[in-house]
Design a protein around this ligand. Structure first.
Ligand code: HSE
Length: 435
């Protein structure tokens, strides 16, 4: 066994998470060195100058060329905190090819190219840690891959994007306007560089792809995930939901029933008495239902420099421990991702639905809508119509009993073709049993 006399880290990027990581690492460096009985150093930092200003005392560590880290034989662990698909992807593949272990928070890269990266790690016997890619400071991946390693995950309901949750909670609790609240989330550093990825559900879907692979030991691609964002949620929907006893949340949902999985991200009406409905602001939360352990829940900061850097620190300690102890076995969960379980398409989803029609206030409108729903076997559970005029039309809200999504969407399209319907109908899913 190759005895390590020191462990050297190369840091790629110096943005919000990397600069927090540097500070947390510096605070703990001495203690880490004494736990492992060898020095652990950040040896080099690659920065393109666009991130946080590098403090004067560590400027000597900076390099302008990532190759100075990737090709440096004395560097054991490369921490990629640049984000984006390229050049981050090439840097990781190069680092692994050169025998280094990897830590990354890059959810987009792992969601879209994770399986190639895992394959490369398996081939080169490299360790990889990516706890920071999902749920910020919440150790959800470790809970699933280690804590529940001997169990079977049946479902995960999650609030997995801090920015969307921040926006929806402010709209719900303070009546804030979408655009104003988004601006606040950006100012606080929660949102992605391109905030549309937060709002349109893509960021949540990236995390669901990563989580789903670990939870079900399956390969899972972005194309397998049903993705809808919160961009069309209005105050009207939030207040109708409240009236019906529900709260609107952007959920990431994973289910495994009879080896057929569901992977979806969409705004959802959940009971206002449920645990997830109480998770506000930038907080993320996960409700995991396992075959033997039963229901488990975990919540915490899902974004921000320090929480995400804390997850990176956890990976550093795990990988340093493996390197120091000469553990050449890889994270066994990664090598388990071999099979491809069937993923349910939209057509196969069964759910309850909230429908908000915009109708011209005229006799007979309701019977036309309910007639179309009835012909398509959609059973109505409740109905609200009030004289609230929204740009000349009246909102009619209908909730349905469980229905097949394909039939539901077909009947909504038919309703939208009626001359008494003045705008596209809002369709939201309702989840009553979230545990
Ligand atoms: N933009 C992400 C969020 C950051 O809002 O949750 C953490 O991944």
């Amino acid at each position: 066994m190759d005895i390590k006399r020191e462990i050297n880290i190369g840091l790629l990027g110096f943005g919000t998470v990397a600069s927090s990581f540097y500070h947390i690492f510096s605070e703990q460096k001495k203690e880490l060195g004494s736990i492992f009985s060898i020095p652990i150093n950040i040896k080099k930092i690659f920065t393109r100058g666009s991130g946080h200003p590098v403090p004067e005392n560590i400027k000597k560590l900076t390099v302008k060329n990532a190759g100075d880290i990737l090709e440096d034989g004395s560097i054991d662990i490369v921490i990629e905190l640049i984000g984006g698909i390229q050049p981050a992807g090439d840097f990781i593949i190069k680092a692994v090819s050169n025998g280094k272990s990897i830590i990354t928070a890059n959810k987009a890269l792992l969601a879209e190219h994770g399986e190639e990266i895992f394959k490369k790690c398996t081939e080169k016997k490299a360790h990889i840690g990516f706890e920071a890619a999902v749920g910020g400071g919440i150790p959800i991946l470790r809970a699933i891959k280690n804590g529940l390693a001997g169990d079977k995950v049946k479902s995960v309901y999650s609030i997995i994007n801090g920015t969307s949750n921040f926006i929806l909670s402010k709209m719900t609790n303070e009546g804030g306007k979408f655009g104003d609240v988004l601006k606040k989330a950006q100012e606080r550093g929660y949102a992605e560089a391109d905030p549309s990825l937060d709002i349109n559900g893509t960021d949540s879907a990236h995390k669901i792809a990563i989580l789903g692979r670990l939870a079900f030991s399956t390969s899972l691609s972005m194309a397998d995930i049903i993705i809808e964002g919160i961009e069309n949620i209005t105050q009207l929907d939030i207040s109708f939901a409240k009236e019906l006893g529900y709260t609107v949340k952007l959920l990431g949902i994973l289910k495994n029933e009879d080896s057929k999985i569901e992977a979806r991200v969409h705004p959802t009406l959940i009971p206002s008495s449920s645990l997830l409905s109480k998770i506000d602001g930038v907080f993320n939360a996960f409700l995991v239902n396992a075959k033997f352990a039963g229901p488990l829940s975990i919540t915490g900061y899902g974004a921000g420099g320090n929480p995400t850097a804390s997850a990176v620190m956890g990976d550093v300690i795990e990988i340093v421990s493996r390197l120091v102890n000469g553990d050449i076995h890889q994270d066994f969960i990664i090598s388990k991702i071999k099979n491809k379980l069937n993923v349910k398409s939209k057509k196969e989803i069964i759910s309850r639905y909230y429908l908000r029609f915009s109708a011209i206030d005229r006799p007979g409108v309701l019977s036309k809508i309910s007639g179309i729903l009835g012909e398509n076997f959609i059973s109505i559970s409740s109905m609200i119509q009030k004289g609230r005029k929204v740009e000349g039309s009246v909102p009619i809200v209908i909730t349905t009993h469980e229905a097949n999504e394909e039939e539901l969407l077909k009947s909504v399209r038919e309703c939208d073709g009626l001359d008494v319907i003045s705008a596209k109908t809002t369709v939201l899913r309702i989840e009553d049993n979230i545990s």
